[in-house]
Design a protein around this ligand. Structure first.
Ligand code: PHE
Length: 456
């Protein structure tokens, strides 16, 4: 292996918490409940679990092994493992996807800061549902406030990134992830003990297979990729900081389990609370930023202090989950600029932050004053979301499974997965089979479906 003077994660726990930090984000707490709500509750969750463990984890292992073997940023990784081939474009596409995702993800992440402030200054008290709708619409379309929060969120991310891999990423994950688990558990207990919460719990536990069709399978797969941060080299970049002793398969399992656990617990916060006040699960941003503050006020109308605490904690949770994800997105691009263009880490990070602020401002404005400016019929925010989540991530995942399953020398794959034969990995053959056949076929189906070429 090449001589290595790169940074490393300092501990096994750090490896798991940083990778889980990347995976756990707005995708778990905002997107997962809404997808579950739309696709039949428990039945969707069962299929989602199948997607995580059958497809997501093998691809995560593939990303891990590419990153750790090459010990380089995701663009260089493919250059090192497949010199002189076009595979390097997979890495470059990942860096671009990271940059674009960060630009619009930070807009929503910024909203969480506004909502923390709003909740902390008791701004939700006494509002009715109409007022929650209009205040969210007014806020998200205003030209100033969301931009200020977006810049603030990116500066916080920047501050952690420039501290480096161990002192920045690892340390912040070690503080934020346990805090996040504690907040989630408190919120779950509060939510499931509300009067009438049983209907929400039943929705999450009792599968209704009558709603399951091809589309549900495809949505569950798409959600699994987004939620596990797969397909754009995030976990590949993190794995380049893993040590030779890290058990890639075990780490992937831990990350998958934590990510799934958080998503399901987020469901246990949101559905029991929503059902208890008779609100149906709504879609997209409104579930978190319109419906939920309303739910908190109604559910705890007799005890305003609980409504207050519940709201502040929930948005703090959302902000922390988003932050550990924006850090991982930022790192993909920073590591690339730092290593490929010989810029100092600080300078690389400043370029990324500056670039994302620039693009992010336009994403934010595209929800308000620039609504009329569209490309292919989409505003910039929606365009970035579509381009990345629906095109670049599935395409990246497809390429990663083909690269590992077909192109890469099986000796390399074997030596990375088993740590040169020192680990017994009973599922080794299954992982290879999935990477070779199942994943490419399944991802092709999602991809084609999302582009609207077929409708299952
Ligand atoms: N997995 C993150 C979430 O659930 C989003 C993300 C996608 C982060 C891709 C990094 C890369 O919010």
């Amino acid at each position: 292996m090449a001589k290595n003077d790169r940074a490393n994660f300092g501990s096994k726990l750090g490896v798991i918490l940083a990778s889980a930090g990347s995976a756990v984000g707005l995708g778990n707490i905002w997107r997962f409940p809404y997808e579950t709500g739309n696709h039949g509750g428990a039945a969707f969750i069962l299929i989602y679990l199948g997607c995580i463990f059958l497809l997501g984890l093998p691809i995560m292992i593939a990303e891990f092994l590419i990153g750790r073997r090459s010990r380089a940023n995701t663009a260089r990784a493919y250059q090192k493992l497949a010199p002189g081939t076009h595979w390097r474009w997979v890495g470059r596409m990942g860096v671009l996807a990271g940059f674009l995702i960060l630009s619009y993800y930070a807009v929503v992440a910024g909203w969480t800061l506004e909502y923390i402030l709003e909740a902390a200054t008791n701004g939700f008290a006494g509002k009715n549902s109409g007022e929650f709708i209009s205040s969210f619409q007014q806020f998200s379309s205003s030209p100033w406030r969301p931009v200020v929060w977006l810049v603030a969120f990116l500066l916080i991310t920047h501050f952690i990134i420039v501290k480096g891999v161990e002192k920045g990423i690892e340390k912040s994950s070690k503080i934020m992830m346990p805090t996040l688990f504690i907040i989630i558990l408190i919120l779950v207990v509060c939510s499931v003990t509300l009067p009438g919460a049983g209907a929400g719990i039943e929705f999450l536990l009792k599968p209704d297979f009558s709603k399951v069709d091809g589309n549900v399978f495809l949505s569950a797969m798409g959600q699994a990729f987004f939620s596990l941060s797969l397909g754009m080299g995030c976990l590949c970049t993190y794995a380049s900081y893993f040590s030779k002793e890290t058990n890639l398969t075990k780490t992937a399992f831990s990350v998958g389990i934590i990510d799934t656990f958080v998503a399901i617990l987020a469901g246990f916060i949101i559905f029991p609370a929503a059902f208890s006040v008779g609100i149906q699960p709504d879609s997209g941003p409104s579930l978190i930023f319109i419906t939920l503050p309303n739910v908190f006020q109604q559910a705890f109308s007799g005890v305003p202090i609980l409504a207050y605490i519940f709201s502040v904690m929930f948005y703090a949770l959302l902000a922390m989950a988003a932050l550990t994800s924006t850090i991982s997105l930022h790192e993909v691009v920073t590591a690339y600029l730092h290593e490929e263009f010989k810029l100092s880490r600080g300078k690389a990070a400043r370029l990324v932050t500056g670039g994302c602020i620039f693009l992010g401002i336009f994403c934010s404005l595209s929800l308000g004053v620039m609504k009329g400016f569209t490309i292919f019929g989409l505003g910039l925010f929606d365009l970035f979301d579509f381009l990345t989540a629906k095109i670049m991530l599935p395409l990246g995942g497809l390429c990663i499974s083909l690269f590992t399953g077909w192109y890469l020398d099986k000796k390399i794959v074997w030596s990375e997965i088993t740590n040169d034969g020192s680990l017994k990995i009973p599922v080794y053959k299954l992982i290879i089979f999935i990477l070779k056949y199942i994943a490419p076929i399944a991802i092709s189906l999602i991809f084609i479906n999302e582009l609207g070429l077929i409708k299952l």
